[in-house]
Write a protein that binds this ligand. Structure first.
Ligand SMILES: NC(=O)c1ccc[n+]([C@@H]2O[C@H](COP(=O)([O-])OP(=O)(O)OC[C@H]3O[C@@H](n4cnc5c(N)ncnc54)[C@H](OP(=O)(O)O)[C@@H]3O)[C@@H](O)[C@H]2O)c1
Length: 381
């Protein structure tokens, strides 16, 4: 099952949040040990993307420099170098730039009008127009489905990082914080000003912090759910967590094992639950999670419920099915991995019940295998 690539935003930043200074030479923010760490991350990526602004400013090669890492890629059946990708609307690209004449395959994503100009440059690269505007979801979809990219490393610049983060498309940020100040208002920043998903209350999840010589590597993951049918990278994280919770259920021959997480619109986890939790033999995952919350909690109205199996529409064990409990709690967005099969209830359609009441239901079938894994004994699989 194809899914969009895992998108990693990577950059070195000064203590005051800049990616570069305004001088003609590229400012070296990182150190040798950190450049080697970046080389390792590149080697583990299927593609490396930079904006046309970075090509014009830095004239980078974007190679895997270590011969051992290149050899390991080849031994694993991968191309020696990751695919190199750039995006441009203007088509203002220098055909003599090092990007085009080093490494392996290259691709340029552009607008319909930009494609004519880019094609006229006869670059050694595939030119992919994605519509009148550059739609990032279309770019990622093309990279995943057509180019088979599973791990995309984005190495700037600031405008690219800002768009991907704002649109909820970044799975991870890796910042190498360098011990220096740039202090120039006109220098490029890692992230521009303007609204970010979840607003300033929203906190990312810290995955790791570690010194690399005199720089500090910070790894973060965004947490903010998508909106409506629009899926964010964090939606996948929360649904994967719901699937992990499903695996913690006491086994049963008469009921599914399901996990659920309730997340506020700023990315705060409000509650989690799983089937048959805390010795209750009939409690459902969504019911267990919602029972931990004050029904008057104002965050419920903007929250998303992640459930490994779609919320039930009918049940014998308790008066209200989970789809009804979710609606009564005021939640209007549900993300699930697996539609309920006819195992216990024929024609169960919790998603239909939710949708009829105005809730958005998003099904991510690429997680179905994880959701069904603790239920295989019920499915004859
Ligand atoms: N410290 C680090 O780790 C690091 C890493 C990378 C870059 N940098 C620095 O970052 C600076 C460059 O950053 P930047 O923000 O100016 O440029 P950038 O983000 O690399 O590229 C911006 C360009 O990408 C294209 N683009 C971006 N979004 C687009 C969209 N939605 N549709 C179509 N095209 C789009 C446009 O190209 P066109 O103008 O051609 O249409 C736009 O001008 C440089 O100073 C560089 O040194 C630092």
């Amino acid at each position: 099952m194809s899914q969009p690539p895992h998108v990693l935003l990577s950059a070195a930043v000064s203590l005051d949040g800049f990616l570069d200074d305004t001088g003609p030479e590229r400012l070296l923010l990182s150190n040798a040990a950190d450049f080697d760490r970046v080389d390792e991350v590149r080697a583990a990526s299927d593609a490396i993307l930079v904006g046309a602004g970075t090509l014009r400013a830095d004239n980078p090669r974007l190679l895997v420099n270590s011969p051992a890492r290149r050899a390991a890629r080849v031994a694993a059946g991968l191309p020696e170098y990751p695919l190199k990708v750039t995006v441009t609307a203007s088509g203002d690209l220098d055909p003599a730039a090092r990007f085009w004449h080093t490494g392996g395959a290259k691709a340029v994503y552009t607008t319909d009008s930009g494609a004519a100009r880019v094609r006229g440059l006869n670059l050694p690269a595939d030119v992919v127009p994605v519509g009148p505007e550059l739609d990032w979801r279309a770019v990622l979809d093309h990279l995943g489905t057509v180019r088979g990219v599973q791990r995309l490393m984005v190495e700037g610049g600031g405008r690219i990082h800002t768009q991907l983060l704002r649109q909820g498309l970044a799975d991870e940020l890796q910042l190498a914080v360098a011990p220096l100040f740039v202090g120039e208002a006109a220098a490029p920043r890692m992230f521009g000003t303007g609204p970010y998903p979840g607003g300033p209350r929203s906190r990312l999840r810290l995955l790791e912090s570690r010194p690399v010589g005199d720089v500090v590597l910070l790894r973060y993951a965004p947490t903010v759910p998508g909106t409506g049918e629009r899926v964010s990278a964090a939606d996948r994280h929360w649904l994967a967590l719901a699937c992990e919770l499903a695996a913690e259920c006491p086994p049963s021959r008469t009921a599914f094992s399901v996990g659920a997480v309730v997340v506020a619109d700023d990315g705060t986890e409000l509650a989690r639950g799983h089937s048959r939790e805390a010795g209750d033999p009939v409690v459902h995952a969504e019911e267990a999670a919602l029972a931990k919350l004050d029904p008057a909690d104002p965050r419920l109205a903007g929250a998303t419920v992640y459930s490994s199996l779609e919320p039930c529409a009918r049940r014998a064990s308790r008066p209200a099915p989970c789809a009804r409990l979710i609606l009564d709690a005021g939640v209007r967005r549900v993300v699930t991995a697996w539609r309920e099969p006819d195992t216990f209830v024929a024609g169960a359609d919790g998603s239909g019940l939710l949708a009829a009441a105005g809730a958005d239901v998003v099904v991510l079938p690429e997680y179905e295998e994880r959701a069904t894994a603790p239920n295989r004994h019920l499915l004859g699989r």
